[in-house]
Design a protein around this ligand. Structure first.
Ligand SMILES: [Zn+2]
Length: 301
């Protein structure tokens, strides 16, 4: 397992064409490599057209709302949110035969964080393509009041995990990070059709490391940290692949209460094939320069 090493943040670019459909004569938006709704702070300037932005927002909304929604309900992220959220929340509970709402302090809400571990991308193990997909899901609970502490039988939580949407989000993150690292022409893209439109073949390229990962030992603070690492590996057929390992919320520690220092899972995503430019661009930092946060929202050039 090649654990991502360090978090990155900042605005880079401009790319000057849509990193998904390659359009360049349209309005281009800032692309949050990790969704803003998950407190992503890594951005590509002039990198996503309106149509592709809309397509990626659809599954980002599922991940933020359905998968991590219970946690976001409690936690105050994005941390750059300007308006303070209400200090109390109404929790839906069931007690006996009655249901209702109980207001509690937000910090006392015991949120559930899904810990989704994935098997390696099918391309490496040649598992029956493309349908086979294995997901292991545990839940970590934040500090807070249990149903018993609140004197009720159950606390009602809403949410669901759509594996395809989750994997499309991982694909989007990995693709954007590969573009940042190597340039839009620095590898042959494999994932863009699956990012823009649902397809089962995504499990061929998107997976993870099923073992329990360590938490990132880096600047533990109140800030949410995501860690990324780009790699080159050969496929079983000898093709040179480019991929990205992703650890979301990488500084969350003791995720599995019985495993000291355990962290969130690490995902592994094959984003493309190496081309004639890949080798020279590897290991030389990001392809696009860092730009000031003040430099406009969507300039094309
Ligand atoms: Zn586009």
């Amino acid at each position: 397992m090649s654990a991502p090493e360090e978090p990155v943040s900042g605005r880079f670019g401009p790319v000057g064409q849509c990193i998904y459909c390659r359009s360049d004569n349209v309005t281009l938006n800032i692309e949050h490599i990790i969704p803003y709704s998950l407190d992503g702070t890594l951005e590509l300037l002039a990198a996503s057209c309106d149509i592709c932005t809309k397509a990626t927002h659809a599954f980002e909304g599922h991940v933020a709302g359905q998968i991590f929604g219970d946690w976001r309900f409690q936690a105050d992220f994005p941390s750059r949110r300007r308006t303070k959220r209400a200090a109390t929340v109404d929790v839906n509970v069931i007690s006996g035969r009655t249901s209702g709402e109980i207001p509690i302090d937000r910090q006392d809400y015991r949120a559930f964080v899904p810990i989704i571990r994935l098997e390696r991308p099918n391309i490496f193990d040649r598992r029956s393509e493309p349908e086979e997909f294995i997901m292991h899901c545990d839940f970590a609970a934040t500090k807070g009041l249990s149903a018993k502490d609140m004197g009720v039988d159950f606390v009602i939580r809403k949410g669901q995990i759509n594996p395809s949407k989750f994997c499309r989000m991982l694909a989007k993150i990995a693709h954007g990070y590969a573009v940042l690292s190597l340039g839009i022409d620095g590898f042959d893209h494999l994932l863009t059709p699956m990012i823009l439109k649902e397809g089962e073949r995504i499990f061929w390229y998107v997976g993870g490391y099923p073992e329990i990962a360590p938490a990132l030992n880096f600047a533990i603070s109140d800030t949410i940290i995501h860690a990324l690492l780009i790699w080159q590996k050969d496929s079983p057929d000898g093709e040179s692949l480019v991929g990205v390992d992703i650890q979301l919320f990488a500084n969350l520690r003791d995720v599995h209460p019985d495993v000291s220092g355990s962290g969130m899972p690490i995902y592994s995503v094959v984003v493309g094939n190496s081309n004639s430019l890949t080798g020279e661009r590897f290991g030389s930092g990001f392809f696009y320069p860092k730009v000031s946060k003040r430099s406009g929202s969507t300039p094309r050039d």
